[in-house]
Design a protein around this ligand. Structure first.
Ligand SMILES: [Zn+2]
Length: 266
């Protein structure tokens, strides 16, 4: 059984790029409604944020205004909540958060990202000793450069960053990474959907996202006692984003993708 972490604060308006809109979350929740139970997170604490970022970075984000700082801390809290719950329950969690996080480095932000949600979640688990090893799979169209920077040289994290540079064999790269992965305590997924056929990347169908979910879900049951959490990154066409997230979630929990049929029914 998969659960969804979300909060009405993810529907807030704050100064960011024109495409990073509340409609993204509204579309996701509209599609997931009736399929999954919702869990409401708390904002990340300053202590949580400082595991991944410098004090100066926190000040810089604060200077973007209270709306930005509050939204970003709440998104990080959503990732943290999903990671903690997945670790305890041994079930998948999907954190439908905004703003996204994978471009935020220790001391820099950009690309609609302010705090690195994934890094904040995993570093909290490491710090509390509840997890010692993790795998991170980033399948957003763009490089997870912030995540790569924060975990650079960190032996606790195996990081796979598939991005638009690898249009051929995109799904196969995830498959072979998972085949070679040793057991870990938890798998984190930076789930960006901007490689969708109807989004900027123009490559992956809902069936592809379902297959990616299934591959990761199977690996999590085999290698991580079912502990897997995904955190929303990109995906900018709300209508298609909502459907792609549902396809991914169905795959992650090992269920079939039921697409609406066009056949006439009596
Ligand atoms: Zn992206």
């Amino acid at each position: 059984m998969l659960k969804v972490v979300s909060h009405e604060g993810y529907l807030a308006r704050y100064p960011t790029g024109a495409v990073e809109t509340p409609a993204r979350i509204r579309a996701i929740l509209g599609n997931l409604k009736g399929h999954y139970a919702l869990v409401v997170p708390e904002p990340a604490s300053t202590e949580d944020l400082l595991r991944a970022h410098t004090v100066d970075h926190l000040i810089q984000v604060q200077l973007e205004g209270k709306a930005v700082k509050d939204a970003a801390a709440l998104a990080a809290g959503g990732a943290l909540c999903a990671a903690r719950r997945a670790l305890t329950d041994g079930h998948p969690y999907f954190a439908a958060v905004r703003p996204p996080g994978h471009h935020a480095g220790r001391n820099r932000f950009g690309g609609f990202c302010f705090f690195n949600n994934m890094a904040i979640a995993l570093l909290a688990l490491f710090d509390h000793g509840t997890a010692r090893r993790a795998a991170v799979i980033d399948f957003d169209m763009h490089r997870g450069d912030g995540t790569a920077e924060i975990f650079h040289g960190d032996p606790r994290v195996s990081f796979l960053d598939v991005s638009s540079a690898e249009k051929d064999g995109f799904v196969q790269r995830i498959e072979s990474f998972l085949e070679g992965l040793p057991p870990v305590d938890i798998i984190g997924v930076s789930a960006g959907f901007d490689m969708h056929v109807k989004d900027w990347g123009g490559l992956l169908t809902n069936q592809d996202y379902h297959r990616i979910g299934r591959l990761i879900g199977n690996a999590a049951r085999r290698l991580a006692s079912g502990r897997v959490f995904a955190v929303l990154e990109g995906g900018y066409m709300p209508h298609d984003l909502g459907k792609a997230v549902l396809a991914f979630c169905k795959g992650l929990e090992g269920k079939d993708l039921i697409e609406p049929t066009h056949a006439a029914r009596p």
